[in-house]
Design a protein around this ligand. Structure first.
Ligand code: SAH
Length: 329
């Protein structure tokens, strides 16, 4: 699909029904009806960065900081295994106490004990550190580039470098990870053109996984009072990403479910084929507060599993078997 056509579909005035139908068909043909469940472990909300959009940014005194112990992370992974999820996603801020060396240790233990596929989402590190994590047994890595627009990136990530973000993605690929990236939809100042460029970049980077969620303004950040993105914009991006990338794994994200109770269901019907139910200890969920209104903060892992199975039932979809590795060759 050409860039101009994408821009046209991204326009909020255009009826997206045909786009969604086309994306749903592309999803069925490329990845089938099964939905992969990845258990999300939010293992630390300490972060050295000050991204303007993010609630766990350094310096936000309103956040009650926590980090799970190695034993707690292992317990979460056991829960994932018990709930029959194919993989775990370990996500955190950039926490020096949970640096690559410590992470590598817990990754190898999770791998040895559960055999689950392991995805990391722990931000920017060096080429050698990525290699270490890969050697320890991590299979996949998520690092959203957040926006393809260099100027916007600079505005919202004051202590990160645009080029380094992409260098990290290249290093991850070189280290042999299945690589996921993604963006927020509806960042203030984001244009339809830049959203189309995000999607073209997903394709060019040959990503194994693409995560897209609406930007949700967080009152405890410098972006308090900004206008949040819409579910509509995020769904249009998911649909176009499915059509363009064909068989990438695309989650129906928590942010989508947080701005609309039907958000994840809608995403699963216009291109998404992955869900990431939370398996973090209930007591800490509320403190992993990237944005307000986050869903499932009072639930236990079992409840999220039940809820997700009911969701799949209602959509006529089923759980996928196995680890759900990349479908790219
Ligand atoms: N620290 C890691 C991963 C944790 S944050 C990293 O930087 O890669 C995971 C994702 O949450 C981010 O990539 C961002 O896209 C999203 N996020 C953060 N704040 C958000 C907000 N206010 N609204 C919506 N999504 C947000």
């Amino acid at each position: 699909m050409e860039r101009d056509e994408m821009i046209n579909w991204l326009s909020p005035d255009r009826d997206p029904a045909d786009l969604y139908a086309r994306a749903d068909k592309a999803r069925r043909e490329a990845v089938g009806d099964a939905v992969h469940l990845r258990g999300l472990i939010e293992f630390s909300n300490f972060c050295r960065r000050r991204c303007y959009y993010c609630g766990i940014r350094a310096g936000n005194a309103k956040v009650r900081r926590y980090r799970l112990t190695e034993g707690q992370v292992l317990d979460c992974a056991r829960t994932a295994k018990r709930l029959n999820y194919g993989s775990v996603v370990m996500q955190s801020g950039e926490d020096s106490h949970w640096g690559p060396a410590q992470l590598a240790e817990v990754v190898s233990k999770v791998k040895r004990e559960t055999g689950l596929a392991i995805t990391l989402s722990v931000g920017e590190h060096t080429r050698e550190e990525y290699k270490l994590l890969r050697a320890a047994g991590a299979d996949r890595f998520l690092l959203r580039f957040e926006t393809s627009d260099r100027r916007l990136f600079g505005m919202f990530k004051p202590d990160s470098d645009y080029d380094n973000r992409f260098r990290c993605l290249a290093w991850l690929k070189e280290a042999g990870f299945q690589v996921g990236s993604g963006v927020m939809a509806g960042l203030p100042g984001q244009t339809l053109e830049s959203m189309a460029d995000d999607i073209l970049l997903f394709k060019r980077l040959e990503l194994d996984m693409v995560g897209i969620g609406p930007f949700i303004a967080n009152p405890d950040t410098p972006m308090a009072g900004a206008v949040s993105g819409t579910l509509d914009a995020a769904l249009r991006m998911v649909a176009l990403t499915r059509i363009v990338t064909k068989n990438a794994h695309i989650p129906a994200t928590t942010a989508m479910g947080s701005i609309d109770p039907q958000g994840r269901q809608k995403a699963l019907r216009c291109g998404a084929n992955v869900l990431m139910p939370n398996i973090s200890p209930t007591e800490h969920r509320v403190d992993y507060s990237l944005y307000p209104g986050k869903i499932c903060t009072n639930e236990a892992p079992e409840q999220c599993a039940g809820c997700v199975d009911a969701m799949l039932d209602s959509l006529g979809r089923k759980r996928a078997e196995g680890a759900g590795h990349s479908l790219k060759v």
